[in-house]
Design a protein around this ligand. Structure first.
Ligand SMILES: [Fe+2]
Length: 179
């Protein structure tokens, strides 16, 4: 039997039952890379016949983690932002996503610099840990699966502008699931 979406969800629960820290998230990241090989799952949610847009397809009743699919017709560069205490794991299906982690470079201000950047190509999954200030950048036609620690549409997030060093706190409803 190929690795299925049900297998992924039960492996996600098992990973969080064993460890709700970085180790558990790494287990989910590895499991997500297995799920990306499930051609039936990918065809159903992100194939040529699948509708464009972002769709939440699962929320775990016990641990609250969510799985969302993204088939994005337009390119997007998100501003650096955080999601409070939640984590997010991205699994690339087609095209690519550039992942960047930022950090403050001064103790009292909001000036940011990029400290780590890498490209997710198809079949690869990458993680943002809780509190990571991060941004994503993908071209038109990018498709990916995102797993989040909770429903991010209910989490207020800080959004940063590295040019002006301005920070604003926004409620994510309506837009938060884009990145
Ligand atoms: Fe994000």
């Amino acid at each position: 039997m190929p690795y299925s979406f049900d297998d992924f969800c039960s492996d996600g629960r098992a990973a969080l039952a064993a460890d709700q820290g970085a180790e558990g998230r790494e287990s989910i990241r590895v499991a997500l890379e297995r799920l990306l090989l499930d051609t039936d799952f990918i065809a159903q949610h992100l194939g040529s016949d699948a509708p464009e847009g972002m769709y939440p397809i699962y929320q775990d009743p016990e641990y609250g983690f969510m799985v969302l699919t993204y088939k994005m017709p337009e390119p997007r560069t998100s501003p650096p932002h955080d999601h409070g205490d939640s984590w997010a794991i991205y699994g690339q299906v087609s095209k690519h996503t550039d992942m960047t982690v930022w950090q403050h470079v001064d103790s009292n201000g909001e000036k940011l610099e990029a400290v780590r950047s890498y490209r997710l190509n198809p079949g690869m999954a990458g993680v943002y840990h809780p509190g990571d200030i991060h941004s994503i950048d993908y071209p038109a036609g990018s498709t990916f699966v995102r797993v989040t620690g909770t429903d991010l549409s209910k989490v207020a997030r800080k959004v940063f502008d590295p040019e002006t060093e301005a920070v604003k706190v926004v409620q994510s409803v309506g837009t938060g699931n884009k990145n």
